[in-house]
Design a protein around this ligand. Structure first.
Ligand code: SAM
Length: 247
């Protein structure tokens, strides 16, 4: 039996499609309507700024080689000014892979649980968030990437998206449940990093990679040991970051 959409739906769709101008005309029209700053983002990628507060970003770029043929999303906890996420996106683009990339950061100028007894006030403000997102989304717009930003802390994300993230792309909706590459660069207290590892391990197939930042900090060995227990193997090592692949 052939199912037909109700007449009003068919009419609405027909009208919408016929009214839509081609994409290049839409962009031209938008250009006329928006302030200059938005236009400029379209053109000069070199003007975009992605600050970093760490080093060894090559570990992220190189990690994309290990997961390039795996399904699933890439993810960063702790965006700050974007250098980590940019390194992941550059790695994917270099390998011609366009995977959805999830970014989780709460900003809000909150105190930061750097280590167990080290609660510090950093400049992770909503102003920083907005500046970073302007640059990031100018980049993703130009490169036609699918980056999805969640303005919340890791705990909140884990509660709300335990059963996957809805992805809307290529005229389709799907619920993605798997992560293939994760950069853990939010909280640095080892207990909180270990909680993140447990969560992602349940959502990662063999071959998936977890990169941890600031591996020189106190008690990092507990994070390392847990990854080894979970059958991850260290594949890239540098003074600041290490990458582990699930076996
Ligand atoms: C060290 S910076 C991230 C640096 C960034 N990845 C880079 O490569 O330059 C830490 C970031 O994590 C965020 N953050 C701290 N605790 C968090 C949490 N529990 N959940 C999500 N984000 C958190 C902060 O707002 C801050 O932007």
């Amino acid at each position: 039996m052939i199912m037909r959409a109700p007449p009003y739906v068919a009419r609405t769709n027909r009208r919408r499609l016929s009214e839509q101008p081609p994409l290049h005309q839409t962009k031209e029209k938008t250009k006329k309507m928006l302030p200059n700053v938005v236009h400029q983002l379209e053109f000069n990628l070199n003007d975009l700024k992605f600050g970093g507060d760490s080093s060894d970003y090559h570990v992220l770029e190189e990690s994309t080689e290990h997961i390039k043929d795996l399904p699933g999303m890439t993810c960063e906890i702790g965006l700050r000014e974007g250098a980590g996420t940019k390194a992941i996106l550059d790695g994917l683009l270099k390998r011609n892979k366009r995977k959805p990339h999830i970014v989780i950061d709460r900003y809000g100028h909150l105190e930061y649980q750097y280590l167990q007894h080290d609660l510090v006030a950093y400049d992770y403000s909503n102003q920083m968030r907005d500046r970073t997102l302007l640059n990031l989304f100018a980049f993703t717009y130009q490169m036609e990437l699918n980056v999805i930003f969640f303005c919340m802390d890791d705990e909140e994300f884990f509660k709300r998206f335990a059963d996957g993230v809805p992805i809307y792309d290529q005229k389709k909706k799907r619920i993605e449940t798997q992560y293939c590459l994760v950069h853990l660069d939010g909280p640095h207290w080892e207990e909180l990093i270990r909680a993140e590892i447990e969560w992602f391990n349940d959502r990662m197939m063999n071959g998936g990679v977890i990169v941890v930042d600031d591996v020189n900090l106190k008690d990092y060995n507990k994070v390392h040991d847990r990854l080894i227990e979970l059958n991850f193997c260290e594949i890239i090592s540098s003074p600041k970051k290490k990458a582990y692949q699930k076996q």
